[in-house]
Design a protein around this ligand. Structure first.
Ligand code: ATP
Ligand code: MG
Length: 345
């Protein structure tokens, strides 16, 4: 609820790489809103591979406790995923999603008409299940007749499929008007999501939402051919990740796509992109994905007008085309783009 808040405590977890460059931009965008939201109070929190390299722990307990007990919401940057297994390290964002029960990763992908890099008319949202599938990371190796065998367990449960299905139906209902390969696990996901309209009170609530199923391979193909036909896409964890990176390519850059991780009692904004080691430290990371994540977070907390102000400012800067980072074909720096957005907020 929004009514009771006199201030808004926001955890900041830049993480690794360009997280340190884009999360400050999102913070400034929130500050630029002035009195249209409760006074924001920021608390910087440690997490990530860089922190692990210094301190031996990727997600300190203190970070989790402060988020749980003190914060209204949080913004997360990105974490480095080491290409080889590092003893003692596991991803802090995966752990955070679990510990705060942020079961839905909601990723809107929208084109801005004037951007020449864009496919026109893309306006879809990927609803990615955030807690299970192959991301439970249960892997084993054995020796078999064909040499080493590596296996990963994929977990799909009824409970998780039901609640993500509900999130997708809710989203579909609240938007302006306009699925697989592994038969057992995908089968359970599909059946459970399909059953949501009948299993959640009041029956009939989702009557206006129509469901179309698609296998993940043909869904990706169709996404590239006819992106404008998609509205809300709900998928298990791994497919959801792939679909949203593909959708990002349609609208020009990963640097544009925001997300929130949300549960029943907490919301955490997070750009869809990673830590981008190839551009870290150059000051050219696109801050828009993080700034839009802040807007999405505020929207979820009930500050829709404030969120719209941020979104309008971002869209103006993209349309004008004068201050764009290199991923969008421009030559502006992170700071310059941020400054222009702040002016327009
Ligand atoms: P990670 O392992 O952390 O995911 P990655 O190597 O996969 O790192 P991503 O961050 O996923 O890198 O980025 C993929 C590509 O998109 C990289 O070339 C990166 O430079 C680019 N990119 C990602 N985010 C941005 C951004 N905010 N601004 C500009 N370019 C970006
Ligand atoms: Mg990546």
């Amino acid at each position: 609820s929004t009514a009771a808040r006199s201030s808004l405590k926001i955890g900041l977890l830049p993480g690794d790489g360009i997280g340190h460059e884009v999360i400050p931009a999102a913070k400034e965008a929130i500050e630029a809103l002035g009195s249209s939201i409760p006074k924001p109070e920021f608390v910087s929190l440690n997490a990530g591979f860089e922190y692990f390299a210094r301190k031996g722990v990727a997600l300190p307990e203190e970070t989790v406790q402060i988020l749980k007990n003190e914060c209204d919401c949080a913004l997360f940057g990105a974490v480095n995923s080491p290409s080889r297994k590092v003893t003692g390290y596991s991803s802090p964002i995966v752990a955070l999603r679990k510990q705060l029960d942020l079961y839905a990763n909601i990723r809107p992908v929208v084109s801005v008409a004037e951007n020449p890099e864009d496919k026109p008319d893309v306006d879809l949202v990927v609803v990615r299940e955030n807690t299970e599938c192959l991301y439970i990371k249960d892997e084993t190796t054995t020796i078999g007749p064909n040499g080493r065998e590596a296996r990963a367990t994929r977990l799909i449960t009824e409970r998780a499929s039901r609640r993500i299905g509900k999130s997708a139906f809710e989203l579909a209902l609240n938007r302006p008007r306009k699925s697989n390969v592994l038969s057992i696990t995908d089968g359970l996901f599909r059946e459970t999501v399909r059953f949501v309209p009948k299993s959640i009170e009041p029956v009939g609530k989702y009557d206006e939402v129509t469901i179309a199923e698609q296998l993940v391979d043909s869904a990706v193909y169709k996404l590239f051919r006819e992106p404008q036909v998609f509205d809300v896409m709900v998928a298990p964890n791994l497919y959801g990740d792939i679909i949203s990176d593909a959708a990002a390519a349609l609208v020009g850059s990963l640097g544009l796509i925001p997300s929130i991780n949300s549960g029943d009692s907490f919301v955490m904004g997070e750009p869809v992109h990673g830590s981008a080691p190839d551009i870290t430290g150059k000051g050219i990371a696109n801050p828009i994905a993080s700034i839009r994540s802040a807007a999405l977070m505020l929207h979820t907390l009930g500050y829709g007008d404030a969120a719209s102000r941020i979104d309008r400012a971002v869209n103006q800067v993209i349309r004008e085309g004068q201050y764009l980072t290199p991923d969008l074909g421009g030559s502006a720096k992170t700071d310059e783009v941020t400054k222009e957005i702040l002016k327009r907020i």
